[in-house]
Design a binder for this molecule. Structure first.
Ligand SMILES: NC(=[NH2+])NCCC[C@H](N)C(=O)O
Length: 407
């Protein structure tokens, strides 16, 4: 599969996900905050909700579309001696606070499967050494972002996500799937942070990056420089509130179609002069402050945009639905989106904007005997995610698209 993503809404052809496993059952409520979970989640239901979400994807994707489980890709990577050694060395060297040098030899002796289990769940069969689990692996979005044929490997801001990032780095570096892509890695400065949830690929020319709790100024600037050097014409930086509830730009702003976005009004439309556009001129970056995101997008993309309010008009509902990822929809094709069913105010707004609202089971049933072909009809598909949403992420957070085709 050729890896290439030049929009947020082009028809989805390839996507990397992680169906939650035992690691979420290992979250102790005493440590949930440092593990970036706001509650403990029930593994069996979370798993089922996730598998049901994947069934929607399978129904909507073209017949040659592919859904990859990230643990399968990690395992294939760690089966290569060179990759395994590289990964263990970086784990020991880059996370010195874990004192893993003590068990470095033991780690090298583990089978690829046991090593992966140790990294994700935090304990190896010998039980001699334990770490906290990595329950956020579920949010594959944050580990990297495909931008055109380039890949930006995230540098997480939070310790709880460091191990995931190292796995991702080894995956991109060694897995044959990334053989072409790994020649086009956007470099990020040391000690800078940037996470995939802050990177939105608006078009082949325009990337939007959130400056958030997770993406630092230097993360933003080095990523922007790399992207502009790789052929992106403009990067729009969006300064957003640095807070838990909106840790990434995609928690308050996502694309639904080529000219419609779902937005959380208090942090998007009610903020002014928080946008900086950056372009590249003869080796240096030129910047300009712009009054609003809508203004900037309309100017740069040369079309009008409709911003649909997450939660609808009622302010409390806007806040409640943003908290449960109402603004975090994922597009399977332009105007074909999925989001958590509980965000009823958001779905109502989508209906008012011409979307047919359907639940996951009706959608799957409707296309069980025929292939889904995206056409003019806009469809907002709702799915159950009462457990999943407690991890503070929605459909976009749980997906890392690697191939989309523009219709
Ligand atoms: N792209 C996203 N919005 N991801 C959500 C990640 C949520 C996760 N618990 C974290 O705090 O890291």
């Amino acid at each position: 599969m050729k890896l290439n993503v030049t929009s947020e809404t082009g028809r989805l052809k390839g996507v990397i996900v992680h169906t939650p496993g035992n690691e979420v059952s290992l979250v102790n409520p005493e440590h949930k905050d440092e593990l970036l979970f706001d509650d403990i989640i029930f593994e069996e239901d979370a798993k089922q909700e996730h598998l049901d979400m994947l069934d929607i994807f399978k129904t909507a994707m073209p017949s040659d579309g592919q859904i990859y489980e990230i643990t399968d890709l990690f395992l294939e990577t760690l089966q290569m001696d060179e990759a395994r050694n590289y990964f263990i060395d970086s784990l020991v060297d880059k996370l010195p606070e874990l004192n893993l040098y003590v068990v470095k030899k033991e780690l090298k002796d583990l089978s690829p499967k046991a090593l992966l289990k140790f990294v994700i769940e935090g304990s190896a069969s010998s039980g001699r050494f334990t770490l906290s689990p990595t329950p956020n692996l579920l949010f594959t979005r944050d580990l990297a972002a495909m931008v055109g044929e380039n890949v930006l490997i995230s540098k997480p801001a939070k310790k709880a996500r460091y191990r995931e990032a190292l796995l991702m780095e080894a995956l991109v570096r060694f897995h044959p799937m990334f053989e072409e892509t790994n020649k086009h890695v956007i470099p990020i400065a040391d000690q800078a942070s940037i996470e995939g949830g802050d990177v939105l690929v608006a078009s082949e020319k325009l990337v939007i990056i959130g400056m958030s709790e997770r993406t630092s100024f230097s993360g933003l600037m080095t990523a922007s420089k790399g992207l502009l050097e790789s052929g992106i014409e403009t990067v729009l930086a969006v300064d957003i509130p640095k807070q838990r509830s909106s840790m990434h730009l995609d928690t308050i702003f996502t694309f639904a179609s080529e000219d419609e976005c779902i937005v959380f009004p208090p942090a998007i439309t009610e903020r002014k002069n928080n946008i900086v556009s950056m372009t590249y001129n003869n080796g240096s970056i030129t910047s300009e402050t712009l009054p609003s995101l809508k203004y900037a997008m309309e100017k740069l993309m040369e079309r009008e945009f409709t911003f649909i309010k997450c939660g609808g008009e009622d302010r409390t509902r806007q806040f409640r639905e943003q908290w449960t990822d109402g603004a975090n929809v994922f597009a399977l094709a332009p105007g074909i989106i999925v989001g958590y069913e509980r965000n009823t105010g958001t779905f109502q707004m989508l209906e008012e904007h011409g979307y047919t609202v359907m639940n996951q089971f009706d959608f799957i049933d409707m296309y069980k005997d025929r292939e889904f072909e995206p056409g003019k009809e806009k469809i907002a598909i709702s799915f159950l995610g009462h457990e999943l949403c407690r991890g503070r992420g929605g459909a976009r957070c749980m997906t890392m698209p690697i191939a989309r085709t523009n219709l």
